[in-house]
Unconditional design. Structure first.
Length: 243
């Protein structure tokens, strides 16, 4: 754990000047970083449980378990469901999580569109690397969230190979920074030697990320401000000086 923490600190110490250079390629994860992951993950779980049992999901407990690192099946088991029921619901969840009707309901997280617009205006090239089963589904999510016009490049990787595949994408792009919401994103950045910032807006809780050596930020704009050293570049209004 200490080694990971040191590597992250070294990565974040990279000169912020590169991130502020026109044409700099800044990479982002998608689910939980740019778009609301809870809406679809919890909604599909609620639908799947009702389909299997007719019961109502305890949504807050389920999402808390997921953000603590549990899989869908593990989260349902933690909620007290029998192993067979948890497996059946998890299978249904996997079948529906990237269904078009759910993807069409994806929405950008608060402030994300403003932040990406500010980056584009500053000359940054915005790239997205996400782990999905369907590349078309990722594009559909970006369209539904109103973010597609802001994205210059999109790479969709196989979930089981997310770390090495995202690392390859970061190297290929020559990305100067990567922002994501999970330890997988952090490991991909570490492998690629790219500065990384974690956000707590998605699939991992602040405590989970902190325990793994990350210093997570509460929003995308805060993460960008930390990496770039510029509040205005991150789409934030700089604090007024007093006195």
């Amino acid at each position: 754990m200490a080694r990971i923490s040191v590597l992250i600190q070294d990565t974040l110490a990279a000169p912020a000047k590169r991130l502020r250079s026109p044409g700099a390629r800044i990479a982002f994860d998608l689910d939980g970083t740019l778009i609301d992951a809870r809406r679809r993950q919890v909604g599909v779980a609620t639908e799947a449980l009702a389909w299997a049992t007719g019961e109502r999901l305890e949504e807050a407990r389920f999402w808390r378990a997921k953000r603590s690192g549990a899989s869908t099946r593990q989260a349902l088991t933690e909620l007290g469901y029998h192993a067979a029921t948890a497996a059946s619901v998890a299978q249904r969840w996997a079948e529906r999580i990237e269904a078009d009707d759910w993807l069409d309901a994806d929405r950008a997280l608060p402030g994300v569109k403003r932040t990406l617009t500010a980056l584009r205006a500053a000359g940054a090239v915005i790239c997205v690397a996400t782990a999905r089963r369907r590349a078309g589904g990722a594009r559909r999510s970006l369209q539904a969230a109103g973010l597609a016009p802001l994205i210059a490049e999109l790479i969709v990787v196989v979930p089981a190979m997310a770390v090495p595949a995202k690392a390859r994408a970061l190297r290929r792009w020559g990305a100067v920074a990567f922002i994501g919401d999970t330890e997988t994103d952090g490991l991909a950045s570490q492998s690629a030697g790219v500065p990384f910032a974690a956000v707590t807006t998605g699939q991992r809780s602040p405590g989970y990320l902190s325990a793994r050596g990350y210093a997570p930020e509460k929003s995308l704009s805060a993460a960008l401000a930390t990496l770039t050293g510029s509040a205005s570049l991150a789409g934030r209004t700089p604090a007024k000086r007093t006195g």
